[in-house]
Design a protein around this ligand. Structure first.
Ligand SMILES: Cc1cc2nc3c(=O)[nH]c(=O)nc-3n(C[C@H](O)[C@H](O)[C@H](O)COP(=O)(O)OP(=O)(O)OC[C@H]3O[C@@H](n4cnc5c(N)ncnc54)[C@H](O)[C@@H]3O)c2cc1C
Length: 456
């Protein structure tokens, strides 16, 4: 097999964390290769989400740097209204806690993120599936991949695993935990889009009527902003619990998030499938089958029952079912539940998180939110990105070293973006300084990140 040796840094997974990691590595002088199984970049961030967690619940911005640049580029392309603050979390949270979100158009995201990677000078190898880690004496030396051209090997000084599932680290023999430790992980969801909706009417009706009740027990979040191509603000987001209450669907409860940046369109996060291991092809296949069926059922029920949806139609589904949680590596440090909920700081903190712990019940119940103390943020130590016992590999994104509960916060997209900048920069510095990521001077990493606009 041909062995390619022209990269300093290889990033596996060009999703939420990985695309940013590639930008950071290339900007810091590393010859960078970014590998992804899809033909586009952005991963789960292209499924139809909104950014949760650029700000803490006091309104302090905790993710800046390349993440902020990404948002500004999307605003310039008229694909995002920017950060929205001022929403209310709900009745059981102190008054001063604000809910913030950053909506964006997913096609703009795909375009901008690819431009930024390209402009940074990182090389992309898309339509390429990671196959196995090249590893000798606990040291990762590269990756083997599969694509249309066949099988090939790629060597690098540092490999960054941003696959979401820690595929590279697991293949190299890293220890990891799965889900909450009893074989069950947060449930999975296929996000979908309805066209032909009247969102303002849906919100007003939901507030006023009981047959489809929203603003239920767990939270209520409403945001307004101008939609794409419009100048007047209208509803772009609502979340709550709908209880579908008619003869056919009696008592069916749905925790849901509705998002809308395009006029007449709504992206929905409603359906749930439990018992899925996102690292197993057979489970993922079952999830796709079950979720597609549920999406059709929910779309039909909403059309039949809720004013504002009468003329709606299924306009699209995400590229693949969204996996919230699978493997989490055991790193040199495991970020604990208390670290997150107490808002702790660390000497080697290289990025920050602030979003409440957001857990979609592995048993299929509702979503719970547990807040960081006083609505502030916590630091994420560099050690959480270093798989214990392995050299020359960093892990970023939702599969870093945390407890199951802490992961409920760190998995949010802005936090993954901030991790991407941290691990990409660390990989480039390690390659430049001819050292390993573990031996890298953390003060050099922190000062470089701060100089480059990140919050540590
Ligand atoms: C349904 C759902 C809704 C969510 N809603 C929100 C929300 O509203 N707001 C929010 O902030 N967060 C939300 N999240 C959480 C957030 O989207 C994810 O946790 C985050 O995007 C994960 O980033 P990541 O970089 O770790 O993984 P991903 O963004 O998934 O990136 C992983 C990348 O690796 C690639 N890849 C994986 N395996 C391989 C392989 N073997 N070979 C090659 N490439 C590979 C994938 O194609 C992908 O591009 C949601 C998550 C889900 C699942």
């Amino acid at each position: 097999m041909r062995v390619n040796r022209d990269a300093d840094v290889i990033v596996v997974g060009g999703g939420t964390a990985g695309a940013i990691a590639a930008i950071a590595a290339a900007r810091n002088g590393a010859r960078t290769l970014l590998i992804d199984k899809h033909g586009f970049l952005g991963g789960t961030a292209t499924a139809g989400n909104v950014f949760h967690g650029f700000f803490d619940c006091r309104g302090n911005q905790v993710v800046k740097g390349i993440g902020e640049e990404l948002v500004r580029r999307m605003i310039a392309e008229e694909g995002s209204p920017g950060h929205l603050l001022g929403g209310k979390w709900g009745h059981d949270v102190p008054e001063y806690f604000v809910y913030s979100q950053t909506p964006y158009d997913l096609e703009t995201f795909k375009y901008v993120i690819m431009r930024m990677v390209d402009e940074a000078g990182a090389r992309m190898m898309l339509h390429t599936f990671f196959a196995s880690a090249l590893c000798a004496d606990q040291t990762v030396t590269g990756v083997e991949v599969h694509n249309k051209s066949g099988r090939s090997a790629w060597k690098a000084k540092v490999v960054v695993d941003c696959s979401g599932d820690a595929d590279v680290a697991a293949s190299a023999g890293a220890s990891y935990e799965f889900g909450r430790g009893d074989g069950k992980a947060q449930n999975v969801t296929l996000l979908f889009t309805l066209g032909g909706v009247d969102f303002d009417r849906i919100v007003e009706y939901s507030r006023a009527h009981v047959r489809v009740r929203t603003w239920g027990e767990w939270h209520s979040r409403l945001m307004k902003a101008p939609k794409l191509g419009e100048s007047q603000p209208s509803y772009v987001s609502m979340s709550g619990k709908i209880i579908i209450d008619d003869d056919l669907e009696k008592g069916t409860e749905l925790s849901c998030g509705f998002r809308s940046l395009r006029p007449g369109e709504l992206r929905l996060n409603v359906t749930r499938t439990t018992g899925i291991d996102g690292t197993k092809a057979e489970d993922l296949t079952r999830a796709e089958i079950e979720e597609r069926k549920k999406v059709f059922e929910v779309a039909k029920a909403l059309r039949r029952l809720v004013p504002g949806f009468e003329k709606s139609f299924l306009a699209g589904t995400a590229t693949e079912v969204g996996v919230r949680e699978s493997r989490r590596i055991i790193g040199d440090y495991v970020l604990s539940t208390e670290d997150v909920l107490e808002g702790r700081d660390f000497e080697d903190s290289v990025c920050r998180g602030a979003y409440p712990v957001d857990i979609h019940d592995p048993e299929g119940g509702h979503v719970t939110h547990t807040f960081v103390k006083d609505g502030l943020s916590y630091g994420i130590p560099y050690r959480c990105f270093l798989p214990r016992g392995l050299e020359n590999i960093l892990v970023g994104g939702r599969c870093i070293s945390t407890s199951h509960v802490a992961h409920g916060s760190t998995r949010q997209m802005p936090t993954c973006v901030a991790m991407g900048q941290a691990v990409g920069t660390a990989a480039a510095l390690a390659a430049r300084e001819r050292t390993t990521p573990r031996a890298l001077d953390v003060e050099l990493l922190r000062s470089t990140l701060v100089k480059q606009g990140a919050c540590v």
